[in-house]
Design a protein around this ligand. Structure first.
Ligand code: FES
Length: 101
């Protein structure tokens, strides 16, 4: 799947992967603003992204644990996801994710 990140300085980077989490993909490719400090166990929110509103059907809904974590983040909104919880699959192809501040 091709996944596009838009960083906080408005630069866009499109990466391609077939498996793993979106966070791992971003960290491996040095996408600015995605740190993945907790290693992908949904407890740090340094992988926070806002899904393009037109692409919510690609990502689906956040889990309860993920929502609880996002509630602690002032920049969270209805498009927020922790991208360590997004598994790369064909369903995500073409998705645009905006790195949260
Ligand atoms: Fe820590 Fe996603 S990497 S919550």
């Amino acid at each position: 799947a091709k996944i596009t990140f838009i960083t906080t300085d408005e630069s866009s980077i499109t990466l391609e992967a077939t498996s793993g989490s979106v966070m791992e993909l971003a960290v491996q490719n040095n996408v600015a603003g995605i740190d993945g400090d907790c290693g992908g166990v949904c407890s740090c929110a340094t992988c926070h992204v806002h899904v393009d509103p037109a692409h919510l059907d690609k990502t689906g809904d956040a889990s309860e644990i993920e929502k609880d974590m996002l509630e602690l983040d002032d920049n969270a909104n209805e498009y927020s996801r922790l991208c360590c919880q997004l598994e790369v699959s064909d369903q995500l192809d073409g998705v645009i994710l905006r790195v949260a501040q």
